[in-house]
Design a protein around this ligand. Structure first.
Ligand SMILES: [Zn+2]
Length: 165
């Protein structure tokens, strides 16, 4: 009797034979790329296995690079700024931030929200985020992008209100 799964196609895989192994129904499949793979039939039918091992590896690495592009490789410094901002604000042991209760705008909870603001407000790779009034939190009206040099110059003045002279 021919197994009902034989000849069925699931994603990239076509089942060419089935057999029992360790009490589980397994199958040999042919991937679209021509490679064969063995797996438990249930995992193929439910879609947790979609292709042969090499095609799966290629797909995973493609997905990872899509994710990286989505966040924008050029915005890796921006991502760092965002992460640091969040961890500084959440650090209850931080002597300065916790005392002044420095927080960040709720629209910046997500990186996308932060990125949108940053790109509309002159962010460039290499710039650092600065709070215009250092007693207030991170929000769109209290933040600007400065070069590291400008930012440390401000820090050295004890962060008194920004004065370009
Ligand atoms: Zn394949």
């Amino acid at each position: 009797m021919i197994d009902k799964y034989i000849g069925n196609k699931y994603n990239e895989l076509t089942i060419i034979s089935t057999f029992m192994k360790n009490g589980k129904k397994r199958c040999t499949m042919l991937c679209n790329c021509g490679e064969q793979r063995e797996a438990i039939v249930g995992n193929v039918v439910n879609g947790s296995i979609k292709s042969c091992k090499s095609c799966t590896a290629i797909r995973v690495s493609k997905q990872n690079s899509i994710k990286a592009t989505k966040h924008g490789l050029s915005s890796s410094g921006l991502y760092q700024s965002w992460k640091c901002m969040k961890s500084r604000c959440k650090d209850t042991t931080h002597p300065y931030y916790s005392k002044l209760n420095i927080t960040y705008c709720s629209s910046w909870e997500s990186f996308e929200g932060f990125k949108n603001w940053a790109e509309l407000n002159g962010w460039q790779e290499g710039l650092t985020i600065d709070r215009i009034n250092s007693k207030l939190g991170y929000n769109p009206s209290n933040c600007q992008w400065l070069t590291r040099k400008e930012n440390s110059a401000r820090a050295n003045t004890g962060r008194i209100p920004w004065n370009k002279s």
